[in-house]
Design a protein around this ligand. Structure first.
Ligand code: FES
Length: 154
C-alpha cells in the first residue's frame, strides 16, 4: 500500500516570520558595513586638550639654526632657534591642507613638503599655495625651560 504525501505547504505566518528574519539580517549586514565606513569618513571632533602654555624643551636642546616639533595642545608646533640665537614658535600645521611643516636650515625658511609651500620665520606665507600665515606663539625662557604660550588677544 502506498502512502500519499501532501504537498509541502508553508503556513503564511511562518513564511512571514522567515521573511522578517532574512530582511532584518540583511539590514544588519548593511549597517555593520556602512557604520565603520561613515565613522572613517566623518571623524569625531577632537577637542583642544592643551592649555595656553607648554614646555617645549630645555635650553640647550637646540643648536642655532635648527628646530624641533613638539605638541601644543592636540596639534604639532615648531620650535626653532634661529642662526642669530632667537627662539621662535609657530603652529606646524600648514594652512593649505594641514600637512606638517618643517624648518629648512639651508633656506632659513619654513617649508611644507606637500605642495612646496614656504613661510618666513614670522610665519608669513611667502610662496606656494598656503593661503594664510602660520599661527605664531610667544616663547619665554623660564629657568632652563623653553615655555611656549598663546599670544594674548590672538
Ligand atoms: S599642505 Fe602645505 S602646501 Fe599644501
Amino acid at each position: 500500500m502506498m502512502e500519499t504525501r501532501e504537498p509541502l505547504q508553508v503556513q503564511p505566518a511562518r513564511r512571514r516570520v522567515v521573511e522578517i528574519l532574512l530582511g532584518g539580517g540583511l539590514m544588519a549586514s548593511i549597517v555593520s558595513f556602512l557604520y565603520p565606513v561613515l565613522r572613517y569618513l566623518v571623524p569625531p571632533p577632537v577637542p583642544d586638550l592643551g592649555g595656553d602654555e607648554v614646555v617645549a624643551g630645555k635650553v640647550g636642546d637646540l643648536k642655532a639654526n635648527s628646530s624641533k616639533i613638539f605638541r601644543f595642545g592636540n596639534r604639532p608646533a615648531l620650535l626653532l632657534l634661529t642662526a642669530e640665537g632667537e627662539y621662535r614658535a609657530l603652529s606646524a600645521t600648514c594652512t593649505h591642507l594641514s600637512c606638517t611643516v618643517q624648518y629648512r636650515s639651508d633656506l632659513h625658511e619654513i617649508w611644507c613638503a606637500c605642495h612646496n609651500g614656504m613661510y618666513d620665520l614670522n610665519g608669513r606665507n611667502i610662496s606656494g599655495p598656503p593661503p594664510r600665515p602660520l599661527e605664531t606663539y610667544q616663547v619665554h625662557v623660564r629657568g632652563d625651560e623653553v615655555v611656549v604660550s598663546r599670544k594674548r588677544g590672538a
